[in-house]
Design a protein around this ligand. Structure first.
Ligand code: NAD
Length: 476
C-alpha cells in the first residue's frame, strides 16, 4: 500500500516547516503504518496563500469545466476504489465492505455536484417599470474543511465537491487519527486535472493546524464536522472575521419502537443503526426506546443477535471492526463502567472480546433498564454502547427523545400513520426517519438542530454554504 506522507499544497508534496511528524496507527494491529507531517501555522499559511492564488481563476472557470473536473474526479476515485477502501480500513479500522460503500458514496457525491454546477440560479425581483433587480450567487473564495475520523474519505468528499462546484477553493484538514485517504484524495484531485491550489491538504493536530486554519482571515468559509465542543470553538473563530460556518456535530439519537411496529424491521434497523462502523456514527441509534409490552421480547432478540456478531480486523470483513484509537477505547470502556455503576443492566458485551488481546477491539454492548437521567442515556458515547429504555405513552417517548440539548436524527417505528406523523412533527431533530434509519443519500439535506449543528450539507441547499448573494439593480 503506497502511503502519501507529506503535505499536499499546490498540486505538490512538501514537508512540514515544523519538521515534526506523528504516527498513523492501524487500530486492528496497533502497528504504525505511516509517519505524517505535523503541520504548524507556517504550513497553514502556505496552504492558504496557494488557495488564494488559485481562487481568483477558479471562481471565473466556466461551470461546465468545473463539472467536467468533478466528473473526472469521480472516475479517478472509482479507478482507485480498492486501494482507497483498503487504506481506509487499515487507517480507521472499519470493515472492508463499509469502506467500499463509503467510496461508492463519495463517487456519487462528486457526480451529483458535477451536475449541479450550472443550476446555481439567482432571482429576478420586480421593482417597477424603470429597472431590473436580480441576484447572483458568488463563491466565497478560500474555504476550510475540517473533518473527523469516523468517515475520513466520505466526509471529505461530502463538502469538497459542493464547494468546488460553487467555485470555491478547498483546504482539507483531516482528523489526525485518520489522514491517509484524505491525503490520497489530494492526489486524486491532481490526477483529475484540478489546477494547483484548488485543493490542498494539511495534516496535523486540531489545536495547532486546525486552529490556525479556522482563524486565518483569508479563509472565507468553514465547514466543520466533529464534536459539539470543538464546534463551539470553531464558531468563535469564525466570528473573529465574520465568516459563515457549517457545523455538523454530534447526536444522541433516539429510535422509538412501538408495540404495533413491524418488529423484525425495527430490530434490523436498531442493529444496523447502532453497530455500523462500530457505532462511531453521528447519526447512529444511540438510545432505543421500546414500548413496555414489547420491551422484554425486544431486548432478548436484540441481545441474541448482538452476542452473535463477529468482531475482528476490518481487513477480514467481520461484522464489527476495532474502535479507532486507544484513547477512544478508554472513553468507551469508561462509559460502560459508569453505566454499570449507575445501575443499568449489562445485557451483552461491555469489555474487550475474548481472543483479541491486541488492537482496539470492544464487544458490541447492550444495556437495558437505562434511566433517561443516566449519563449513558444523555451523552454521546460514539461507539458500540446501545441503551434500551422502556416507555409507556406517546408523550413519555417524545419527552425522553426531546429532553437533550442535541437533535441530529431520530426515528419512530409504528404502523399507525397518525402517530408517525405526530412524531415527525414533534421530534426535535434535523432528520426524522419513519420505519427507516440512515436514509441520507447525497440529494437529501443532512444536519442537526439545537447543539447538533448549524446549516445543512448535501442536496442543492448545501451550495448556499459556499456562496454569497449579490443583488444588482439597474435603472433605465
Ligand atoms: P473533534 O471535534 O475532536 O475533531 C474534529 C476535527 O476538528 C479534527 O480534524 C480535529 O483535528 C479538529 N479540531 C480539534 N480541535 C480543533 C480546534 N481547536 N480548532 C480547529 N480544529 C480542531 O471530533 P472527532 O472526535 O474527530 O469526531 C467525533 C465527533 O464528530 C462526534 O461528536 C460525532 O458525532 C461528530 N460527527 C458529526 C457528523 C455529522 O455529520 N453531524 C459526522 C461525523 C462525526
Amino acid at each position: 500500500m503506497r502511503v502519501f506522507d507529506r503535505l499536499f499544497i499546490d498540486n505538490d508534496w512538501c514537508d512540514s516547516v515544523t519538521g515534526r511528524r506523528f504516527a498513523a496507527v492501524d487500530p486492528a494491529t496497533e502497528e504504525v503504518i505511516a509517519e505524517l507531517p505535523l503541520a504548524g501555522a507556517d504550513d497553514v499559511e502556505a496552504a492558504v496563500r496557494s488557495s488564494q492564488r488559485a481562487a481568483a481563476a477558479w471562481r471565473r472557470e466556466a461551470p461546465e469545466r468545473r463539472g467536467e473536473l468533478l466528473d473526472r474526479l469521480a472516475d479517478v476515485i472509482e479507478d482507485h476504489r480498492d486501494v482507497l477502501a483498503e487504506m481506509e480500513t487499515r487507517d480507521m479500522g472499519k470493515p472492508l465492505r463499509e469502506s467500499h460503500a463509503n467510496v461508492t458514496r463519495s463517487v456519487r457525491t462528486c457526480r451529483y455536484y458535477a451536475g449541479a454546477v450550472d443550476k446555481l440560479l439567482g432571482d429576478s425581483i420586480p421593482v417597477g417599470h424603470q429597472g431590473y433587480n436580480f441576484t447572483v450567487h458568488e463563491p466565497l473564495g478560500v474555504t476550510a474543511h475540517i473533518t473527523p475520523w469516523n468517515y475520513p474519505f466520505a466526509n471529505a468528499c461530502r463538502s469538497l465537491p459542493t464547494a468546488l462546484a460553487a467555485g470555491c477553493t478547498v483546504i482539507l484538514k483531516p482528523a489526525s487519527q485518520t489522514c491517509l485517504t484524505t491525503l490520497m484524495l489530494g492526489d486524486l484531485c491532481r490526477q483529475a486535472g484540478f489546477p494547483p491550489g484548488v485543493v490542498n491538504v494539511v495534516t496535523g493536530s486540531g489545536a495547532e493546524a486546525g486552529q490556525a486554519l479556522a482563524r486565518h482571515p483569508a479563509v472565507r468559509g468553514i465547514t466543520f464536522t466533529g464534536s459539539v465542543d470543538t464546534g463551539r470553538r470553531i464558531m468563535q473563530f469564525a466570528a473573529e472575521h465574520i465568516r459563515p460556518v457549517v457545523l455538523e456535530l454530534g447526536g444522541k439519537n433516539p429510535q422509538v419502537v412501538f408495540a404495533d411496529a413491524d418488529v423484525d424491521a425495527a430490530l434490523a434497523q436498531t442493529l444496523r443503526g447502532a453497530f455500523t462502523n462500530a457505532g462511531q456514527v453521528c447519526t447512529s441509534v444511540s438510545r432505543v426506546l421500546v414500548e413496555r409490552p414489547l420491551y422484554a421480547e425486544y431486548v432478548e432478540r436484540l441481545a441474541a443477535r448482538v452476542a452473535a456478531y463477529t468482531v475482528g480486523p476490518g481487513m477480514e470483513d467481520p461484522d464489527i471492526g476495532p474502535l479507532v484509537s486507544q484513547e477512544h477505547w478508554t472513553t468507551v470502556a469508561r462509559y460502560a463502567d459508569q453505566a454499570r455503576a449507575e445501575g443499568a443492566r449489562l445485557v451483552t458485551g461491555g469489555d474487550r472480546p475474548a481472543g483479541l488481546p491486541r488492537g482496539y477491539f470492544f464487544a458490541p454492548t447492550v444495556f437495558d433498564q437505562v434511566a433517561p437521567d443516566m449519563r449513558i442515556a444523555r451523552e454521546e458515547v460514539f461507539g458500540l454502547l446501545l441503551s434500551v429504555i422502556p416507555f409507556d405513552t406517546d408523550d413519555q417517548a417524545l419527552a425522553i427523545s426531546n429532553a437533550l440539548p442535541l437533535g441530529l436524527t431520530s426515528g419512530v417505528f409504528t404502523r399507525d400513520i397518525g402517530r408517525a406523523m405526530r412524531f415527525a412533527r414533534d421530534l426535535q431533530a434535523g432528520m426524522v426517519w419513519i420505519n427507516e434509519w440512515f436514509q441520507s443519500p447525497v440529494q437529501v439535506p443532512h444536519g442537526g438542530i439545537k447543539e447538533s449543528g448549524l446549516g445543512r450539507e448535501q442536496g442543492m441547499l448545501a451550495l448556499a454554504n459556499y456562496t454569497q448573494v449579490k443583488d444588482i439593480a439597474i435603472r433605465f
